[in-house]
Design a protein around this ligand. Structure first.
Ligand SMILES: NC(=O)CC[C@H](N)C(=O)O
Length: 395
């Protein structure tokens, strides 16, 4: 052992090594489980919400670097997770809290990472690492501690370079539910929504349920018949991990929904699926957007909102004009003010829209919650329209 330090438990933490695919290394201490892990190194600028980050299924196969220097202050509780387990492949922090303190906490972050077998590293200069990823782009990484670190750096680097890249990764099937389930409406039921789970975060159906929506969450492999079997007033496509260029089945499903004109809403991966369904391309951003402080402009109102993000890919659609698509006219409805990345799409001739960011904001500001209300309005207007047509037929 070359270095040692007291970990959160008071035990001596093993040294750990972080190896990037371009050969840069960072030394630190084991945090969470001891062993090895691999993934795509990405950074999140969220100052709060680490439990929600860890349990967001969109982080599957990603090693998350926290730019906030001090992580773990409020420990871990049973209410904040966005899914039933931690999905990040590895976790990189500068200075973990030694003594968590919060009335809801039942355990420490270090303990939770160990219990779930998630390998992390602490004591890393996360500012230098983040700058490196900003300059060179997101890239593959490995974290090694204990026995796993007892190899030459050349061997560790070869192992990192052997793992699959995020570009071309088809991952939704690995995180989505296998069984359909229902999230009941809170209060009076007003609408039924079929939500295609591509890696859904728990807060998303909750935000719909709060608005009187009964949400039928369906597996990623659901058929068009499965969707319409629930007699939906609207269809939702969730966030999810991996490269949207691989998502053939969700694109086909969405096209069937657009064909029928059922009100449609997509979040994050769902926005990329809508982009593809309309005939736009998607591409990998250099280092993506992750955090809860990204400025986005709603181009329909001109208003700027501060929003929660987690995406490494984006839709390639023109910002300066309305596009003709097989489903009518479409436009970019939202744009990121940092870099002009497409953050939302809207159809002008059909009740369909999507955003690249997270209006459910778990964690994050609630500026974008109005998007769930827009979905409700689309369903309400569509139902009224159908009712009028029925009356016309009877007259
Ligand atoms: N949160 C998401 O849905 C992410 C979508 C996609 N995996 C991306 O990284 O861009």
């Amino acid at each position: 052992m070359t270095t040692s330090a007291r970990g959160a438990t008071g035990k001596t933490a093993d040294p750990a090594l972080l190896v990037l695919e371009d050969g840069r290394t960072f030394r630190g201490r084991a945090f969470g489980a001891v062993g090895e892990t691999f993934g795509e190194a990405v950074f999140s600028t969220g100052m709060t919400g680490y439990q929600e980050t860890l349990t967001d299924p969109s982080y599957h196969r990603q090693v998350v670097v926290m730019t906030a220097p001090h992580v773990g202050n409020t420990g871990v509780n049973d209410e904040d997770p966005e899914s039933a387990r931690i999905w990040v492949a590895g976790y990189v922090v500068r200075d973990p809290a030694r003594t968590p303190s919060n009335w809801r906490a039942t355990r420490s972050l270090d303990q939770e990472l160990r219990d779930q077998g998630v390998v992390g590293i602490s004591g890393v200069d996360t500012r230098a690492l983040t700058r490196h990823l900003r300059e060179r782009g997101a890239m593959r990484v490995g974290i090694f501690s204990g026995e796993a670190a007892a190899r030459s750096e050349a061997e560790l680097l070869a192992a990192v370079r052997g793992v699959p890249a995020m570009k071309g990764a088809d991952l939704c099937g690995e995180v989505a539910t296998q069984q359909a389930y229902v999230v009941p409406a809170i209060g009076e039921k007003r609408f039924t929504v079929a939500a295609v789970d591509l890696g859904i975060k728990g807060m998303t159906p909750h935000r719909m349920a709060e608005r009187g929506i009964e949400v039928h969450v369906l597996p990623a492999g659901a058929s068009v018949e499965d969707i319409y079997a629930v007699r939906p007033d609207g269809v939702f496509f969730s966030n999810g991990p991996g490269d949207p260029a691989t998502a053939e089945h969700p694109v086909a499903l969405m096209r069937a929904v657009l064909e029928r004109g059922t009100p449609l809403f997509g979040i994050c991966f769902g926005n990329q699926i809508l982009g593809r369904a309309l005939g736009f391309g998607t591409f990998k951003l250099k280092y993506g957007h992750r955090g809860i402080n990204q400025p986005v402009q709603d181009r329909t109102t001109g208003k700027v909102e501060v929003t929660a993000h987690n995406h490494g890919f984006a839709v390639d659609a023109p910002l300066d004009r309305v596009s003709d698509t097989p489903y009518g006219r479409a436009e970019v409805s939202h744009v990121c003010l940092n870099d002009d990345v497409v953050e939302g799409l809207r159809l002008l001739d059909k009740p369909a829209f999507s955003v690249q960011y997270h209006p459910e904001a778990a964690a994050g500001p609630h500026d974008a919650a109005y998007l769930f209300d827009r979905f409700v309005e689309l369903m309400r207007d569509n139902n009224q329209h159908s009712a009028t047509l029925m009356e016309d037929q009877r007259a």
